[in-house]
Design a protein around this ligand. Structure first.
Ligand code: GLN
Length: 251
């Protein structure tokens, strides 16, 4: 089991709305509470992304900011090399869109990093509010059993291609795309209730929160993957305030 972990907090200066930086803090804290020496390495716009980190997190952002993020990540290539080598990556909202094939920003269609078979156009109305979903438990998320909860705020409507699976099936909120955006698609029902994306070891979601504070099982799954162990090999953590937060939000 790894005794030292480095968590990459990627481009928080352009991708870091709604406390998404907190996802890296949650990973570090949950590792440290188990006696694992964990640190965060912050990579800002213009800096190279080291491809040898244990786990990577990217947050949400505004349209212009996410265009800059996509340009940098494509030109740099470090995050892509890490993902291709199987390192776990968590991407939130604009981060999800940026890691897809393309997204809409302003009136332009912009190339994404291409780590997710997903393309993003526009919703008819901004999706804002609580979102709850049941994990699909596919691929890297096979061990997830608990409902996922977060807060969404996006105008992007993301459609998944066959290479990506949803992270969850929405029971409350909008998720990747609404009825109107899904209406013309042959697999409309698959798209309409989809939340987030899973492809290889990349997990992406529209859930802010920060999502890992609200979903400790997802946090531990990422930690386990970062350490190359199974989820049930991690010592359980009892944190009453996290349980209370989940209960209150799920209610
Ligand atoms: N700018 C993107 C959108 O509106 C992402 C927003 C976000 O990250 N919250 O869809």
């Amino acid at each position: 089991m790894a005794e030292q972990l480095t968590i990459g907090l990627i481009l928080p200066d352009v991708l870091g709305t709604y406390g998404d930086d907190g996802n890296a803090l949650v990973l570090r804290q949950r590792a440290r509470m188990r006696g694992i020496d964990a640190d965060i390495l912050t990579v800002k716009l213009g800096e190279p992304v080291p491809s040898g980190l244990d786990v990577y997190t990217l947050g949400g952002g505004e349209d212009t900011a996410q265009m800059l993020a996509a340009e940098h990540l494509i030109a740099d290539g470090g995050l892509s090399r890490a993902a291709e080598a199987g390192r776990p990556v968590l991407a939130i909202c604009a981060g999800l869109q940026v890691l897809g094939e393309s997204f809409r920003a302003g009136n332009r269609v912009v190339d994404g990093v291409g780590l997710l078979d997903a393309s993003t156009s526009g919703l008819q109305q901004r999706a804002i509010g609580e979102v709850v979903s049941a994990p699909t438990s596919v691929g890297i998320t096979a061990e997830l059993t608990e409902p996922l909860t977060g807060f969404e705020n996006h105008l992007g409507a993301t459609v998944l291609g066959p290479g990506a699976e949803p992270l969850g099936r929405v029971s409350r909120g909008i998720g990747n795309c609404d009825v109107a955006a899904a209406a013309d698609l042959s697999d409309g029902p698959r798209q309409r209730s989809a939340e987030g994306a899973v492809q290889g070891n990349v997990i992406a979601t529209y859930m802010h929160g920060p999502v890992l504070a609200r979903n400790p099982q997802l946090a531990d799954l990422l930690l386990a993957k970062a350490m190359d162990v199974a989820l049930d090999e991690l010592e359980p953590l009892e944190i009453a305030v996290v349980d209370r937060l989940r209960l209150e939000r799920l209610r």
